[in-house]
Ligand binder design. Structure first.
Ligand SMILES: N[C@@H](CCC(=O)N[C@@H](CS)C(=O)NCC(=O)O)C(=O)O
Length: 218
């Protein structure tokens, strides 16, 4: 069975959401972030991203990784492109052109969105109040204005980014955009993005993943 190394409270959510959409069974092998020492998660899950046994799987020391029948892969969004192609169906590319579009949107989410959206998450929500820096959050929101406009325009015609249907590209982008949801002003300014994120996050597979995430020790 496919193994996913990681936790619900990590970027493994991206792979878990996709597997649930695809109906692909998996075993979640718990590996906690090394920087969460002292947390309930660290007390619960004994292997962390610096444990020798995990570094044998991923020498980068990050989660998620997968083991698919002996094939080890890292990088959450690259894993998703692989799984969508392997299992086929409407979530994956139907042609080389769609493959190119899905890869391009994924690289776009990783470079244009995630570096900024993660700062919004950290500095508006995730860090303890005393460690949040409003200036960092504001700069990240400013940097996201242009990519949000690009996404808004791309969604205008069909409400999805590739092939007029929900695909792995939507999951990959949505999971990077999710970190910016602590900045509602970005969504108010881009109604197509606002409608799209609500639509994809209303999918049963996303809701099931988030419900399990909420139950996981923090
Ligand atoms: N680009 C990587 C980032 C992986 C990453 O940074 N994962 C975090 C958890 S979401 C992690 O492992 N942090 C703990 C560590 O680096 O030790 C991906 O998308 O998979």
């Amino acid at each position: 069975m496919l193994k996913i190394y990681g936790l619900y409270r990590s970027r493994a959510t991206r792979n878990i959401w996709l597997c649930d959409e695809l109906g692909v069974p998996f075993e979640l092998v718990p590996v906690v972030q090394a920087n969460r020492q002292g947390s309930a998660a660290a007390a619960t899950f004994k292997v962390d991203t610096r444990s020798p046994e995990f570094l044998k799987v991923n020498p980068n020391g990050h989660i998620p990784s997968i083991d698919d029948d002996g094939l080890i892969l890292h990088e959450s969004l690259g894993i998703n492109l692989y799984l969508a192609k392997k299992h086929g169906g409407p979530l994956g590319p139907a042609s080389l052109a769609e493959d190119g579009q899905m890869t391009t949107w994924t690289a776009w989410a990783l470079t244009e969105v995630e570096p900024h959206s993660i700062q919004v998450l950290y500095h508006r929500v995730a860090k303890p109040a005393g460690e949040r820096d409003a200036k960092v959050a504001d700069a990240a929101i400013e940097a996201l204005k242009a990519p949000f406009r690009v996404l808004d325009a791309a969604l205008a015609e069909t409400g999805y980014v590739v092939g007029g249907r929900f695909t792995v590209a939507d999951i990959n982008i949505a999971e990077c955009v999710r970190y910016a949801q602590a900045a509602p002003e970005l969504f108010e300014a881009n109604p197509n993005v606002k409608a799209w994120i609500a639509k994809v996050q209303a999918r049963p597979a996303f809701k099931a993943m988030m419900a399990k995430r909420d139950q996981e020790p923090a």
